[in-house]
Structure formats: structure tokens, C-alpha cells
Design a protein around this ligand. Structure first.
Ligand code: SF4
Ligand code: SF4
Length: 359
């Protein structure tokens, strides 16, 4: 491949392509062996979904209702299976528990099969790439989660720059529209006559070489996206959050958990063992999505729930995004995508709680 000209950063390659050529990129990624996940418009929303042969990716959109989390950390998955001593008797389920004579003779079935498919996310915006960065911090910190790691390794990100948010976005306040080097294999942005595509990884450069275009001159632009509303953060540490009253809109919260489900960085999961009554000795250890907005999230034996009141659960979510994440991972846990505000049926707006509107 020829060397990139002029102002591209060392090691980067930039080309200019038409929209038609841009829409060929998912097929090129498939040909490179990736399972392509892209935004598609369906049922009045735009969502990330595996791209079928007849699907057209959506590249003119502001928000998606789900996020890469759905594929990197699925709503539920079996971690492993084991055979227990459970049997059905006329009195019900009987399980032999460990006794002084020895442990319960449980047989773990090593059925864990690493998932080796390589994922490629095409056309996701900066806030969603930032969410992958955050999930990496959480799930790949020592010890790395092997299920997440399997999906993450060899993954390709084709990021599509978003220049203009809607009334729910807050990425400018949080600076999450800036993607650190190493996260996107290619960056794509609309230009006056097509699209600019910048490759920053070897896989990205291989993809661009398949488009067979001349290198473009100039630097890849990095403007700050325009926002409808702008905020400055006023409550980001625990004391500031505790000192504030709950937002008025919280009274209408129905505890539906849409805020945590649509949030690209909410990663809380529950662990439960599932078995069928037909064969109760055959148990699956399941990891399933959990929401801090549900009372059962903090429930313990005896019926106590530590986060009993709605206000406590709301503040817990905000604390997790800010002080807890900053302390644990040196990274804010909110990408400013605005999904939790946009999809909340009660109109609860956490931005009014942590920020002051400045425009
Ligand atoms: S989406 Fe809104 S109504 Fe539903 S739990 Fe979250 S804050 Fe409450
Ligand atoms: S807390 Fe809300 S704005 Fe922040 S990442 Fe989650 S859904 Fe997006």
C-alpha cells in the first residue's frame, strides 16, 4: 500500500469515498471473517443488530436504543453446567448439601466453549465506542472475564462520527466524543462530497486497501459535536450527590429499569442456577442482566433491601457512574449518550441532577 500523504498522523491512512462505497464496508468486513453488527432502522427505532444479507445499515441517525453491551455482555448466558445430586421425591426437590463427612458430590461439566467468532461493529458513534472503552476497564481488569474477553479479542470497530446530538445528549460536557487512540480501527465522517475514512490499525488499513482508493490529502477533522443542551457538572462526588434532593420527576419513576437496560455502560449482572423439574440434577449456572433500580438488587436474606427507597436507588446509579467509577477505573462511567433520559417513560433526567444547564 502507498504511504499516506501529508497530514495524517504517523501510521494512519485516510481515503475519501462515496456513500455507496461506505455501504459496501459491512460486506468487506464479512469477507474478512467478521460477524457484522450495525445500526438498522426497524419498528420506529434504530438498533444494533447482526446485519443480514438483505439489511441496509443506517448511517443517518443520532441514537440507537441498544449498544455494543448487548453483544459483548449478553442479557443472559450460561457460564457452565453441572450435575448435582438433586432428585425429585414425593416431598419435592431433594438436594444433598455438604456435610461433615465430605463435600456434596457435584460434578462440574467443563462445557465452556470459547466463542471464537470475531465481531465487527459498523457505524457506531463516539459515545458507543467510549462505552466499549469503559466496559473493557471493568471486564478486562485483572482477572479478566473470559466470556467478555473472548468476544472482545479480535473485534473490529468502524466508528461513524456524530457531529450533532439531540436534546438528550451530553457527550460534550463529559468529553466522551473524543476517542483515544487504539479504540476505533477506522473512523468515518460525512464530508461535503461523500465520506472520509481514516484507518488507525492494521485491520483498518487492510479494509481500506480492499476499497482500492487513492489516499486522501489533509488531516482527518476532529470537530466538537454541536449539542442542543449544554451542561456543566456540579455533582460528581459522593458528598455532593448525597447532599442533593431527588429530582421532582423521580416521583413518576415506574421502576421499569429502561434506564439501565438502554445504558451502554450499566453492567450489573445476577448469577442464578437454573434447572428443569424434568431433570433437576442438570443445572446451568446463568449470568443474567440485573438493574440497580429494582428493589431486589440489594435484597438480602430476611427481606431487607439496602437500597430501599427510590431516591437511594437513583442516587446509587448516579454514584456508580461518577465517584465509584472514577475511583475504581479512573474513568467516568457515563458516556453522555442520553439513552437513559430519552427512553425513560417517566421523564427522569439525571443530567439536571448532576449538571447545571449552561446553554
Ligand atoms: S427508565 Fe425512568 S421510570 Fe424506568 S426505572 Fe429508570 S428512571 Fe425509573
Ligand atoms: S447514564 Fe445515561 S447518558 Fe450515561 S451512559 Fe448511561 S444511558 Fe448514557
Amino acid at each position: 500500500m502507498r504511504k499516506a500523504l501529508f497530514c495524517c498522523l504517523a501510521g494512519e491512512t485516510m481515503i475519501k469515498i462515496s456513500k455507496q462505497e461506505l455501504l459496501q464496508i459491512p460486506s468487506l468486513l464479512s469477507a474478512m471473517g467478521y460477524r457484522v453488527i450495525a445500526p438498522i432502522r426497524a419498528g420506529g427505532v434504530v438498533k444494533l443488530a447482526p446485519l443480514g444479507p438483505d439489511d441496509q445499515p443506517e448511517v443517518e441517525y443520532i441514537r440507537i436504543i441498544n449498544s455494543p453491551k448487548k453483544f459483548l455482555l449478553p442479557d443472559d448466558e450460561s457460564l457452565f453446567r453441572y450435575r448435582s445430586t438433586a432428585t425429585i421425591t414425593s416431598y419435592g426437590l431433594k438436594i444433598r448439601f455438604p456435610t461433615a463427612e465430605g463435600p456434596c458430590p457435584v460434578t462440574i461439566l467443563p462445557e465452556y466453549l470459547p466463542i471464537r467468532e470475531r465481531l465487527a461493529f459498523f457505524g457506531i458513534h463516539q459515545c458507543m465506542v467510549s462505552s466499549v472503552r469503559y466496559l473493557d476497564k471493568v471486564m478486562m481488569s485483572d482477572p479478566a472475564d473470559p466470556y467478555y474477553k473472548n468476544r472482545r479479542e479480535g473485534m473490529f470497530i468502524a466508528e461513524l462520527d456524530c457531529d450533532e446530538g439531540d436534546e438528550y445528549c451530553m457527550c460534550r460536557t463529559l468529553g466522551t466524543y473524543k476517542i483515544p487512540a487504539g479504540y476505533a480501527d477506522i473512523q468515518m465522517r460525512k464530508s461535503s462530497s461523500g465520506y472520509l475514512v481514516n484507518a488507525a490499525s492494521e485491520a483498518g488499513k487492510e479494509l481500506l486497501s480492499r476499497l482500492k482508493k487513492q489516499d486522501a490529502q489533509g488531516a482527518y477533522p476532529k470537530p466538537v459535536p454541536k449539542m442542543v443542551n449544554d451542561f456543566e457538572l456540579v455533582a460528581r462526588d459522593e458528598q455532593e450527590i448525597d447532599a442533593k434532593g431527588a429530582p421532582k420527576s423521580l416521583e413518576a419513576c415506574t421502576l421499569c429499569a429502561a434506564c439501565t437496560v438502554t445504558c451502554p455502560t450499566c453492567y450489573c449482572m445476577d448469577i442464578e442456577d437454573k434447572f428443569s423439574l424434568v431433570d433437576p440434577s442438570n443445572v446451568s449456572r446463568m449470568r443474567t442482566r440485573m438493574s440497580c433500580q429494582r428493589k431486589c438488587y440489594s435484597a438480602i436474606a430476611g427481606g431487607t433491601a439496602f437500597l430501599h427507597a427510590k431516591e437511594e436507588r437513583f442516587k446509587w446509579r448516579v454514584k456508580h457512574k461518577f465517584p465509584f467509577s472514577i475511583n475504581a477505573f479512573k474513568l467516568v462511567g457515563c458516556t453522555g449518550c442520553g439513552n437513559c433520559v430519552a427512553y425513560c417513560p417517566a421523564g427522569v433526567d439525571f443530567r439536571e441532577f448532576v449538571g447545571r444547564r449552561v446553554a
